[in-house]
Write a protein that binds this ligand. Structure first.
Ligand SMILES: [Zn+2]
Length: 277
């Protein structure tokens, strides 16, 4: 929804705005929108991220930011908790912790996270997927909706899932690499469950920052079940995509992050740890 506003600008501001727009090719409307968003601390098309996929692969699970702080940075997103204690899902401004015993709790606002990605979700494109056969098919259909493989995207999908197969990471000792830690993950499969998929597309070039390709977490409508999606089958899914061309990356100052060797290419390990085996 948009609200038309009539503005009477002081001549000095109007002159500066005209000069800026002539020089940059920006529109008046866009500049005013950006200025208001900045003033109100509402970032659109921007991701806020704590730590990196490369650090997770190296076993950097020491929490560095509280859930209550992340909730100020977005209303939508995913992550994990201190010690890789389950899967995090943020939807409609609420944060949930899916635990390896299969339960889901509202995340404790004081709990710490070692890795999180958040945004203020606002859809740029909406579509209905009539039939989705499996994870790869979902990826192919999402690929056709996105304008470029070089932009990040937040993805929200609502519907009833004929089948959803997900995993929940088990709490791990610090320093155990992600591939080893997820050897012991809990896996669950449900049939005929209503819920939401929450997640992101990350360009391949950013694979040391975030998990390349699609990364989605599931939460059931009753908020009783959830986890990191490995596979699914569904029909009539409502899909919304929010392109993201800005990334604010906050790096932990925890000893485990500061000492980690992050020089390796994490691609193969991420593929192994985050996909169906
Ligand atoms: Zn995940």
């Amino acid at each position: 929804m948009t609200t038309p506003i009539t503005l009477h600008l002081p001549s000095a501001i109007e002159e500066a705005l005209t000069i800026h727009c002539n020089r940059s090719g920006d529109t008046f409307e866009h500049v005013i929108f950006r200025a208001l968003s900045d003033f109100l601390d509402l970032e659109h098309h921007s991701l806020y991220q704590i730590s990196t996929s490369g650090a997770l692969v190296e076993g950097v699970y020491q929490g560095c930011m509280r859930v209550r702080e992340i909730l100020k940075q977005g209303d939508f997103g995913l992550g994990t908790f201190h010690g890789l204690d389950g899967e995090g899902i943020m939807v409609d401004g609420a944060c949930y912790q899916a635990l390896s015993d299969g339960s889901v709790l509202p995340a404790d606002p004081d709990y710490l996270t070692p890795f999180w990605v958040a945004t203020h979700f606002k859809s740029d494109i909406e579509a209905t997927f009539e039939s989705v056969e499996d994870w790869s098919d979902l990826g192919r259909q999402l690929d056709r909706l996105r304008p470029s493989d070089n932009l990040f995207a937040a993805i929200r999908i609502n519907g009833t899932f004929a089948r959803v197969h997900y995993r929940v990471a088990c709490k791990s000792e610090p320093g155990v690499d992600l591939v080893s830690a997820t050897q012991h993950q809990a896996e669950y499969a449900f049939e005929g469950v209503e819920g939401t998929l929450v997640g992101f597309f990350t360009p391949d070039f950013a694979n040391t920052i975030n998990i390349p390709g699609y990364h989605l977490h599931f939460i059931s409508r009753d908020r009783a079940h959830g986890g990191h999606v490995l596979d699914l089958k569904a029909s009539n899914l409502e899909v919304a995509i929010d392109y993201e061309n800005q990334l604010k990356l906050v790096l932990p100052e925890t000893p485990s992050f500061l000492r980690a060797d992050l020089s390796n290419d994490p691609r193969a390990a991420l593929e192994k740890a985050e996909s169906k085996r």
